[in-house]
Design a binder for this molecule. Structure first.
Ligand SMILES: Cc1cc2nc3c(=O)[nH]c(=O)nc-3n(C[C@H](O)[C@H](O)[C@H](O)COP(=O)(O)OP(=O)(O)OC[C@H]3O[C@@H](n4cnc5c(N)ncnc54)[C@H](O)[C@@H]3O)c2cc1C
Length: 396
């Protein structure tokens, strides 16, 4: 890695690090320069006694979760199996059980990286603490190559429970207050996903609720879903699964993503409750069968903990991910316009955006909305300090 960065700098080539290549906007794909594919850095070294692990940036969430579980540990990996830790942790990372364990980067204790001048360094609270701050939430366009994360581990939850139910999309007015109240009544450890999507059998527009929680035992995990068991009587269920107990490592199965689609995405944090967001978007027709609007909150509409001292400085208890997924290039403009339309419908509730999923190219203000002003200024100052010659590509 050191050689690669030195070679690029010596030859006046810009560097674009790529972890898993999952960034929705394809941030790693730049014109010219050198692409550093980090996917082969896929080692996991677990120190069970210290409850820590060294994780190569190319490790996928499912692989990390399985290897940790085999030794009785867990980590708040992202919701989809194939997202690697590389960009996920650099963005901050909101993953499974983040309601309890905080944003994933709050569990990072040290970071190995290669700087623009080719130095390989370890950043933590005592060494290169400014880089340690920046790499916990700085996101795409970071000004060094991260190679290894040192992370603190959690005991594997004794039980994990999940429940799913579907209703016709036009039931939103019937469901909204109940959904907000049920979320308010739940524990902060409960994650509530309200997805506007096509029903998996009929293809009709549907509201799909997915509620999950970990607990110290099965009773506690089930209890954390209990405020959702009685939807309003007049609401017609068009699909329901009994609450199931499943291993923590299988939570990914609740978040299937289709392969090979064209994608446009955006994200915002909101001040409103889930029901209010639902009412703002339920009557916007989906632009394509695989597209979804994901409204997510934690029990009590509580905020996920952010690092005390990290670039991840904006967050919220309620988030909205807008994902258009389609097949043909001829439909690009329509799908992009749909993402803009949904974003506009939620704009009145917006308090920020997540740098890992916001479309930073949509407007010049997007980046500003992902950070506090102080954090963004500090990131830019650190970029000038550590990459004065602009070896790395900056924000997309
Ligand atoms: C299906 C799917 C599900 C997702 N689920 C979640 C989720 O649950 N929670 C969540 O928080 N996010 C989620 N995300 C967003 C995810 O955090 C980002 O897409 C993230 O960029 C993925 O990491 P990556 O390594 O694949 O990034 P890449 O696409 O490889 O890289 C994106 C950019 O990040 C920077 N970068 C990446 N790795 C490095 C590195 N090692 N050193 C320096 N710079 C680097 C580069 O600037 C690069 O251009 C999801 C994304 C997808 C596609």
């Amino acid at each position: 890695m050191v050689e690669a960065v030195r070679f690029a700098a010596a030859n006046d080539l810009k560097v674009s690090p790529r972890g898993g290549g999952h960034h929705y906007g394809g941030a790693a794909l730049r014109n010219g320069g050198v692409l550093l594919d980090l996917s082969a850095l896929d080692f996991v070294e677990i120190d069970g006694e210290a409850r820590k692990a060294k994780v190569g940036v190319g490790v996928r969430g499912d692989v990390l979760s399985q290897q940790l579980a085999a030794q009785g540990f867990a980590f708040p990996v992202g919701h989809c199996a194939d997202v690697s830790v590389s960009g996920y942790l650099l963005n901050g990372g909101f993953g499974w059980n983040s309601g309890e364990w905080g944003a994933a980067c709050t569990n990072v204790v040290a970071i190995e990286m290669v700087l623009a001048d080719g130095r390989a360094i370890l950043a933590d609270e005592s060494h290169y603490s400014d880089l340690f701050w920046a790499a916990r939430g700085g996101g795409p366009g970071f000004f060094a190559v991260v190679t290894t994360y040192h992370v603190a581990l959690h005991p594997l939850p004794a039980a994990t429970c999940a429940w799913r139910a579907a209703f016709p999309a036009d039931h939103a007015p019937l469901l909204a207050d109940w959904l907000s109240a049920a979320t308010d009544a739940a524990a902060p450890q409960t994650e509530v996903g309200c997805f506007l999507m096509s029903h998996w059998d009929s293809g009709e527009p549907a509201i799909v609720l997915r509620v999950s929680a970990c607990g110290n035992d099965e009773t506690e995990a089930r209890e954390r879903l209990s405020s959702f068991v009685s939807p309003p009587r007049r609401a017609t269920l068009i699909g329901e699964a009994d609450a199931v107990v499943l291993p923590f490592t299988e939570l990914f199965k609740l978040s299937p993503m289709p392969d090979g689609k064209r994608v446009a995405a955006d994200h915002l944090w909101a001040s409103a409750k889930l029901g209010e967001l639902l009412l703002a978007v339920y009557d916007i027709p989906l632009c394509s069968p695989h597209s979804t609007i994901d409204l997510v909150a934690y029990g009590g509409h509580s905020r996920v903990s952010l690092p005390n001292d990290g670039a991840l400085s904006v967050g919220g208890g309620t988030g909205a991910g807008i994902y258009a997924m389609w097949d043909n290039a001829a439909d690009d403009a329509d799908n992009r316009a749909w993402v803009r339309r949904v974003d506009q419908a939620l704009d009145a509730f917006r308090v920020g955006r997540y740098v890992g999923e916001a479309d930073l190219t949509a407007s010049p203000t997007r980046l500003v909305e992902c950070f506090t002003p102080e954090a963004l200024h500090r990131l830019e100052r650190l970029r000038r300090k550590y990459d004065p010659a602009g070896v790395f590509f900056t924000w997309p």
